[in-house]
Design a protein around this ligand. Sequence first.
Ligand SMILES: [Zn+2]
Ligand SMILES: [Zn+2]
Length: 407
Amino acid sequence: MEPKKDYYEVLEVPRDADAKTIKRAFLKKARKLHPDVSDAPDAEERFKEVNEAYSVLSDDQKRANYDRYGDPNGPAGFGSDYVDVSDIFGGGGFGFGDIFDSFFGGGAGRAAGQARTRGRDMGIRLTVTLEEAAAGCHKTVAYTRLAPCEDCGGTGAAEGGKMHTCERCHGTGRVVEVQRTIFGQMQTQTTCPACGGQGQVIDHPCETCEGQGRTPSREKVEVQVPAGVHSGQTLTVEGKGEAGLRGDTCGNLVVSIEVEESDRFERRGDDLYCTVRVDSLQAIVGATVTIDGIMEGERVTVEVPAGCQFGQQVVVERKGMPRMGMIARGNLVAVVQVETPRDLTQKQLLDVAALVAQRALGEDAAAERDLEEAAEREGFSPSAENAAEHFAKERWHAPKNPFRSRR
Ligand SMILES: [Zn+2]
Ligand SMILES: [Zn+2]
């Protein structure tokens, strides 16, 4: 068999293409290759390929699995048989406790009168911290399910008890009733009342499970949460949902991940935003700030550039969240907060004032005039140092601005 073509190559899109690009590429190809339109001999096959590629790449979970494992269903026994829980619940959020009070799956599509015997899928919510989501983690989830009965091995029959075909419905699980109406005879099919639609009855049912083959049980399941996981993504643990009736297939456990918000970082996609504080003098000359990263023990160096403004963003590449299924990481974006220092010594204040005065002398003729007037009045020479002292006095002992107030 020919190896499967890469989905990205099929659609001719880059691996980091966004949803819009993927959709556009798909529509373009689909229009060209549609079997009703194209005469090419391989059009139908290629159309199928394009369809398949799009169905995977347009689904975030499948695409993530494909990126990570090369298979949209994920590795066997984990993440496979993906169920979009939110779809099943009509897009609703998970408003209910740790286990959904309703089960899902299984019921749809079965014929009337035929009882469902396969166990239903169950959903459970698992909350992880942002740090756990970054590193990936092992978690044990505990929940209650109908598990195969241990006393009868799930068969529902007591020791020596036997299953036999229901005599009433001859194993079909359905009985046909004939009614006479004014329109003539009408036939209706209903569930067999003798066997409850199972087609089989047990002569000595297991007492523990009353012949059901399953009993409520507190279960613990280990799940491996992949690094880079996002809220709303689900992991499927096969066979850990509701047990089937009398040994029929168990449903799956669908674990919906919820990533907690962090005090330190705000996650946007795979990027992490945080705040770093520098004082206004550091902002002027630039500063190196070291902070704790998202990974355990990780130190991240943020280079605040000279002349940094309040709210300016400094990007540290590849120090954000890991991209699920890839070695790559998002970026860390440090938002700089500039704080005015209030603990300068008198000497430091004068130094800064000297700087302010120098800049004022250079830039503001009015200030220069002010200074000259003040110098004449108070008898000091208008040097930068003297000016600094003057302004420092003016500024910190009087609320007036010496550059603007005296015109
Ligand atoms: Zn039993
Ligand atoms: Zn029956």
